[in-house]
Write a protein that binds this ligand. Structure first.
Ligand SMILES: [Fe+2]
Ligand SMILES: [Fe+2]
Length: 233
């Protein structure tokens, strides 16, 4: 409820009942919000062994707010818009158990990526035999996040090879991730991001120029969205 009444939603009157919140935001949104705050609540600062905590969350918030702005731009219904934010916020969540449990190897994966000039996701596959996309998938499954979030987490580095029902959210997260890396909003360990193919922008219905103009707006949205991390303190 604290979240619903925060500046993030900019609602005019205070919402005090859960039923009212569900009417205003939709059951799916409320469910996803509750689940994602539960996921975030399970992560403590000690979970960050090789990744930088504040850089990671700034990157994640940037992808969340950017995906949400893309959703608005392409006319996604208000009932579904919040899934875009949640999928963006959680897209790299699979990195957390990896950097925590296998800290030394994760540092190695990051430096391998840097020295070889390859994306971190490919370096992870090389070092571990799997990547944070697969780990993210397991997390989405065990927390029963919606299927659209599951697919966005699983395919955010390869939207071109996705053929399921949730293409727009997968593409929006992939493009937002590229934007966050390109404009260096935070840092999630990847010095060699691969830009999505031009067709991904076309299918999504936005242009690269439109996206690149968002920089200032994204900065402001990140400030508002920080409430997501505060409520888990
Ligand atoms: Fe990623
Ligand atoms: Fe990312």
């Amino acid at each position: 409820m604290k979240l619903i009444n925060s500046a993030y939603y900019g609602l005019n009157s205070k919402v005090t009942s859960l039923v009212r919140a569900i009417i205003m935001l939709g059951i799916n949104t409320v469910k996803n919000l509750a689940l994602s705050t539960a996921v975030l609540g399970n992560i403590s600062s000690s979970s960050f062994q090789s990744l930088d905590l504040s850089g990671f969350w700034r990157h994640s918030l940037c992808v969340g707010v950017t995906a949400r702005m893309i959703a608005k731009e392409i006319g996604i219904s208000s009932q579904e818009i919040e899934s875009y934010f949640i999928a963006g916020l959680l897209h790299d969540i699979g990195k957390i158990p990896l950097n925590n449990a296998l800290a030394e190897m994760y540092i190695h994966a990051m430096s391998h990526s840097e020295h070889q000039g390859i994306p971190l996701v490919d370096s992870e596959r090389h070092i571990f035999g799997f990547s944070h996309e697969e780990v993210g998938k397991l997390i989405a499954k065990s927390w029963k996040l919606g299927p659209e979030i599951y697919d966005a987490l699983s395919f955010h580095h390869r939207p071109e090879s996705y053929s399921g029902d949730y293409g727009q959210i997968v593409r929006a997260v992939a493009v937002s991730n590229y934007f966050a890396n390109e404009f260096e909003f935070g840092f999630s360990g990847n010095r060699n991001p691969l830009p999505p193919q031009e067709e991904v922008f076309g299918e999504l219905g936005i242009s690269r120029e439109w996206l690149e103009d968002l920089e200032e707006e994204v900065t402001a949205e990140i400030e508002k969205a920080k409430i997501f991390l505060k409520i888990t303190d």
